[in-house]
Design a protein around this ligand. Structure first.
Ligand code: NAD
Length: 344
């Protein structure tokens, strides 16, 4: 059993903690939080052990939230920490905690690439992460792009170049102080956006440019993907590659899927935890091939897409060598779309 702790219990941390609890080869020793909140209370109420900074323990007790020890106690008791704190905090934790206590750590995409020995996407470069001490799971948008690039490569569809135009969600649903609420913000106000560089942190040889705007939406990002493929590739071959690759869900128009909100509603109806969709959401009839040009529209459920990659990164850090077995264990435990399946 791999003993795991989650430091930072917010949007990503709580989902990763739930996913770890579902793995047969992992045990969740506890989660760490710095301030008392409804999220901390919910963690304890569902039976998780909560670890906090010693200076803050009184505040938790006053708020009626049971504490099981200090964050250092948690880190000392595990083989791998998943750090899901806000961007930049992970790098500080690496120095003050993980490095000092000699514990392996998986970081998130809000950290700079140099926080870890390897930036990670399971389909693209699992092998490079095996046994590494520090692994960084790239951000939600980057994860989605890498899955598509990896799928095409996996099924021998060469990509000469890739261009991705991203309409970002303005905030996560719980973030009541963030915007925009009535604007399209250039984010960043230049092209390329940082996403291309982030993709290259995993696949350095890819020719990619990305551009991004922020929109007044909280449910998902949307990507317009354009790629120039090798010659002689048909639309059917591209669709087959998408169908066969884990963590890519192709939504069929026959069941009325014409918007992202409908897909999230489908996930709620299907009883998925929190209405999450960790797969890439590809709309089938947007996948079109004209000569060597590929176009498609996909959505990215930012709150959950990196969860399966975090689980695989834990296994890689622990030295588990079989990428396909790890992906299968993760996806089956989370009830994700498995190979060859499609919706509609
Ligand atoms: P969040 O703000 O929802 O959660 C972060 C949690 O960490 C909060 O509960 C906060 O109280 C806690 N925290 C802060 N400092 C801490 C410390 N020193 N020790 C322990 N806990 C601490 O943030 P999030 O959206 O979950 O993002 C976490 C990371 O995941 C970031 O790197 C982010 O870039 C990345 N990420 C976020 C998304 C997304 O859409 N939300 C998607 C992919 C990746």
């Amino acid at each position: 059993m791999i003993r795991v702790g989650v430091v930072g219990y917010g949007t990503i941390g709580k989902r990763v903690a739930d996913a770890i609890s579902k793995q047969r080869d992992m045990v969740l020793e506890g989660v760490a939080k710095t301030r008392p909140s409804y999220e901390a209370a919910a963690a304890v109420e569902k039976g998780l052990r909560l670890f906090v900074p010693p200076s803050e323990a009184d505040k938790f007790e006053k708020a009626g939230i049971r504490v099981s020890g200090t964050i250092e106690d948690l880190v000392k008791s595990v083989d791998v920490v998943v750090d899901a704190t806000p961007g930049g905090v992970g790098a500080q934790n690496r120095e003050s905690l993980y490095s000092r206590l000699g514990v392996k750590a998986v970081f998130q995409g809000g950290e700079k690439a140099d926080v870890a020995e390897v930036s990670f996407n399971a389909l693209a470069n699992y092998g490079q992460a095996i046994g590494k001490r520090y692994i960084r799971v790239v951000s939600c948008n980057t994860t989605a792009i890498l899955r598509i690039a990896a799928a095409l490569r996996l099924w021998n569809i060469g990509i000469e170049r890739m261009r991705v135009f991203i309409a970002r969600r303005g905030a996560d649903p719980k973030e009541h102080k963030k915007g925009p609420i009535n604007d399209f913000v250039l984010d960043p106000p230049a092209i390329p956006s940082h996403h291309a560089l982030d993709v290259k942190s995993v696949l350095p040889d890819i020719d990619i440019v990305t551009a991004s705007i922020a929109t007044p939406v909280t449910i998902a990002h949307v990507h317009f993907v354009y790629a120039v493929l090798g010659s002689g590739v048909s639309r059917e071959e591209v669709l087959e590659a998408l169908y066969r690759t884990p963590r890519i869900a192709v939504f069929e128009p026959g069941r009325g899927f014409t918007s992202v909100a409908q897909v999230i509603e489908w996930a709620r109806d299907a009883g998925r935890p929190r209405g999450d969709v960790p797969e890439n959401i590809v709309f089938r009839d947007t996948v079109s091939v004209s000569g060597r040009e590929l176009f498609m529209v996909m959505a990215v459920h930012q709150e959950s897409i990196v969860v399966p990659e975090n689980v695989d990164a834990i296994r890689a850090a622990a030295g588990f060598k079989d990428v396909w077995k790890s992906i299968r264990l993760t996806d089956e435990s989370l009830g994700l779309v498995t190979e060859g399946k499609r919706y509609g």
